[in-house]
Design a protein around this ligand. Structure first.
Ligand SMILES: [Zn+2]
Length: 76
C-alpha cells in the first residue's frame, strides 16, 4: 500500500497486514521501520529534525536487538 513516510514524507510502502499496535513502513530514504499508533498520532506535529532524531534513536535500539527499528511516542 502506498503511503507517505511519516518521517521524511517521501512516497513509501506500508507493509501489510497491519499489526495491532504499530505499522511498518518501507521508505526509499529511511529504509524499513515500524511506528506505533501513538507515535503516528504526534509525528506530524514534530519538526523534521525531531522525526529523524526519533528514527536514529529507534535504529540504535534495534541494532542492539537485531530487530526492525520501532519508533514509539516516547522518542519525540
Ligand atoms: Zn522516509
Amino acid at each position: 500500500m502506498s503511503v507517505n513516510c511519516p518521517i521524511c514524507e517521501a512516497e513509501a510502502e506500508e507493509k501489510l497486514p497491519r499489526a495491532s499496535d504499530h505499522i511498518e513502513i518501507v521508505c526509499p530514504m529511511c529504509h524499513r521501520f515500524g511506528i506505533t499508533a501513538s507515535a503516528l498520532a504526534i509525528v506530524y506535529h514534530r519538526l523534521p529534525e525531531d522525526r529523524h532524531a526519533a528514527l536514529y534513536h529507534a535504529r540504535a535500539i534495534a541494532a542492539q536487538d537485531k530487530k526492525t527499528p520501532l519508533i514509539t511516542s516516547g522518542m519525540f
